[in-house]
Design a protein. Structure first.
Lengths: 170, 170
DNA sequence: GCAAACTAACTTGAATTCAAGATACCATTT
DNA sequence: AAATGGTATCTTGAATTCAAGTTAGTTTGC
């Protein structure tokens, strides 16, 4: 009950499996488990900053996607949900909420009558500008706990991994 | 619209920000964005294997936590939800579902009358044994696309990162 | 021209999750 | 022993998400 004073939560899980299933090589759980756990914890930390601006994580993601697309800050719903990895049903709901808050407007496309264009409003633009700066500062702060060389190495390895799994993914 | 033939989805996002907000150093978005995206894609890939055994991701997590705790495969709800990073309300719901499926049973604790012990049933044990082996094989397969040295490097860097953010996290 | 296949967006219903609060029990102090 | 504070679990209601199906508009092949 008090064996592992070194190591993190994932190490403890690996020790349990080594004891219970010594026949299995569970080493991939170390990498993948830490990755998932890092993602969850990072998400919590970023949400804390978003909340400061009255934004949830997905609201920030939506406004940021429109902002970085450049003038006229306008995208089709399909572009939004495919880049943000959510379904069309989720997008319908999100757009309704953001429109209700006045951060986006919607107008019919001239090229394709099926398509409605989503546009960042002036309010939405002003909000995301401020939130973005705080968010980037927060990310810098989070990574400042690591030596720059480690961050760079992590970057490279994650890019490799992403490349191998982005293909396969349907 | 067709500039970046090299690079992944995250590179494209960084290019957009460089164009729109050249005053900001958004490099942390590269690491953190890739990390989040890897986690989301890996989760999809693992869910595909779980589905093969009639399991969702969280169902696998629950049974696996009980299994790796060792005989008598018994944990308190509090131990479960704190290690799985969900709330107590979520745990109540999960336990109800798993009990309904016959994979766990519940019994009052003898030491503490507030506590009900969750126990893996024989069915649950048999199921997680099979699913676990497929899951581990799947994880090996996913990482086999990378050289072993890269995986090891990734492992080290993620452990560093996890150490710095596990502290701060309340 | 018109039917078949496809695409864009939305609707519906169910699943999952959390925050906040309620309830019951335990431990410690007085 | 009574009170206070803390712990373990559950309940409730709302938010978020997805899968599957719907509607409407577009494109292709004959």
């Amino acid at each position: 009950m008090s064996e592992a004073r070194t190591g993190d939560a994932v190490d403890r899980i690996l020790e349990q499996w080594a004891r219970e299933r010594p026949d299995l090589d569970v080493s991939p759980m170390g990498v993948i488990g830490r990755l998932s756990r890092c993602a969850a914890l990072l998400s919590q930390r970023m949400d804390a900053v978003f909340a400061h601006y009255g934004l949830s994580g997905w609201e920030f993601d939506m406004l940021a996607a429109l902002r970085r697309s450049g003038a006229p800050y306008c995208l089709a719903p399909t572009e939004l949900f495919s880049s943000l990895m959510v379904t069309s049903g989720t997008m319908t709901h999100r757009l309704k909420v953001l429109e209700g808050k006045g951060w986006i407007t919607r107008e019919a496309s001239e090229l394709d009558a099926r398509s409605t264009l989503v546009r960042l409003s002036a309010d939405g633009f002003a909000l995301i500008e401020r939130a973005l700066e705080a968010h980037v500062a927060n990310e810098h702060a989070i990574l400042s706990g690591l030596p720059a060389r480690s961050v760079e190495a992590l970057q490279k390895r994650l890019a490799e991994l992403l490349a191998t799994i982005e293909d396969h993914a349907n």
